[in-house]
Design a protein around this ligand. Structure first.
Ligand code: GLN
Length: 455
């Protein structure tokens, strides 16, 4: 990563990034540009460099922050009307760690409101456009972050991945995107979507940048009791066998994506790796289980937005109940409401056993399926999604078609295992194709290292 020094100042790096951000304004990448704050921080860093102080591993490196990370700079809206006007009193642990190494946030990026979606079209601020084709979606929910990196505005951006929101937009825009092992990076200060599957991660142009960011941000945090004891640097695993999932090799996956997978397998074989065919039948339950468990957690996590404590408050009522009702009716996007409804339904006393409990059991089967698979191979290589970036509007009015986008990504979140989206060439029409490398829990570092074999 290009860091600041006496000749190349942090202020220069930041001004260049801000200029590019403005140049690409029509892509609708940013919900907020941190012009004043970023330049002020850059000058502080330049002053420290001038005094000969060491600044950190990310000295003066501009970055983009997905707008569901809390920090006092700008409003944290999660691209939802209901959070408009909310200025956070706290800073997310991941952001604090990046800033302690000298990184500078130049802006907050657009997402599907509350990270509910696979296209960034569910944003209150309108969709972000794909870096390769303005008529297509950026992917989601970290669409703004992916396009900011793909268009070289910044060298890295933060993301959150509850069911694919880092990997799918990374693959739609031809870059790297990592969903780490659950608990690797603290979730403190990040707007919660589904607490048992939410993961913090990054979008970058290279595996080495990913490794650097992981080594800076991973580790136990007393503010998040689900963080794992520091393991990131110590796991160095040598891979020899790579699994491919037979069940994914069928017509529901775009032919060009299957071809990209085959050609990467040939490359690995030529380097002496063994390709192992896996049957993972429990994965067919992943999407259904995900769309029960996640809405259940969403419904709980979104119950705190009542118009009293955070952001937007509807003025159209003179009773307390009316205030809750109108604030939530006006403040949430349709997809947020759909998930609140589904979540409360599957948790309700009459349906808990039939839906939530069954989904929780299916989740256990999926965890076990991955454990069995990793007895037979070291890593698994799969598509990220069934097709490259789709057209804007194509799936917006068909929630089930949109949910099907996630059919290959959500099982990793249910199992807590890491997945790295890697660029794997382009389609005949010039759209990026992505594949994902999946590893056992805590294999994040070696997974990133191994991805270089596929370059
Ligand atoms: N597309 C998935 C969903 O809508 C994943 C979202 C995410 O990872 N935040 O639930």
């Amino acid at each position: 990563m290009k860091t600041a020094n006496k000749r190349l100042t942090a202020e220069r790096l930041v001004r260049d990034a801000l200029e590019k951000a403005k140049h690409f304004a029509d892509y609708n990448i940013f919900t907020f540009l941190n012009e004043e704050g970023a330049i002020k921080r850059a000058r502080e860093i330049d002053a420290r460099i001038a005094r000969g102080e060491t600044v950190g591993k990310l000295a003066g490196v501009p970055f983009a922050l997905k707008d569901n990370f809390l920090s006092p700079e700008g409003q944290t809206t999660a691209s939802a009307h209901i959070l408009e006007g909310f200025v956070s009193p706290v800073t997310a642990t991941a952001v604090a760690k990046l800033e302690a190494e000298g990184a500078i946030m130049i802006g907050r990026t657009n997402l599907d409101a509350f990270a509910h979606g696979s296209s960034t079209e569910n944003s209150y601020f309108g969709p972000t456009l794909n870096a390769y084709d303005k008529e297509r979606v950026a992917g989601g929910s970290s669409g703004g972050s992916a396009v900011a990196v793909a268009l070289d505005i910044v060298e890295f951006a933060t993301g959150t991945d509850t069911g694919g929101s880092i990997r799918q937009p990374a693959s739609f825009n031809g870059i790297y995107g990592l969903k780490p092992t659950y608990g690797c990076i603290s979730r403190y200060g990040v707007v919660a979507m589904a607490s048992s599957t939410d993961c913090i991660g990054f979008l970058t142009k290279t595996p080495d940048d990913m490794d650097l960011l992981m080594s800076i941000t991973s580790g136990q945090d007393p503010k998040d009791m689900t963080t794992l004891p520091d393991y990131y640097e110590t796991n160095t695993h040598l891979a020899t066998r790579i699994g491919i999932i037979k069940d994914f090799d069928n017509d529901s996956v775009d032919a060009e994506i299957r071809e990209a997978l085959r050609s990467k397998c040939d490359l690995l074989k030529s380097k002496g790796y063994e390709i192992v065919e896996l049957e993972m039948p429990a994965l067919k339950y992943a999407l259904a289980a995900y769309y029960i468990i996640v809405p259940a957690e969403v419904a709980s996590n979104l119950s705190r937005y009542d118009g009293v404590r955070y952001g937007f408050r509807s003025e159209n009522s003179d009773t307390l109940d009316g205030l809750y009702l109108n604030t939530r009716s006006e403040g949430f996007m349709p997809e947020n409401k759909r998930r609140i409804m589904i979540g409360n339904f599957v948790l309700s006393s009459g349906f808990y056993d039939a839906y939530f409990l069954k989904a929780a059991k299916a989740r256990t089967l999926i965890v076990q399926e991955y454990e069995k698979a990793f007895d037979k191979c070291d890593y698994i290589l799969t598509p990220v999604s069934p097709s490259p970036a789709f057209k804007l509007g194509e799936k917006l009015n068909d929630p089930v078609a949109m949910y099907l986008e996630d059919v290959m990504s959500v099982s990793l979140n249910l199992a807590g295992v890491p997945g790295l989206a890697i660029p794997a060439g382009k389609s005949a029409s010039g759209l990026p194709i992505g594949l994902q490398l999946v590893g056992p829990r805590r294999s994040d570092k070696s997974l990133i290292e191994f991805s270089k074999e596929l370059m």
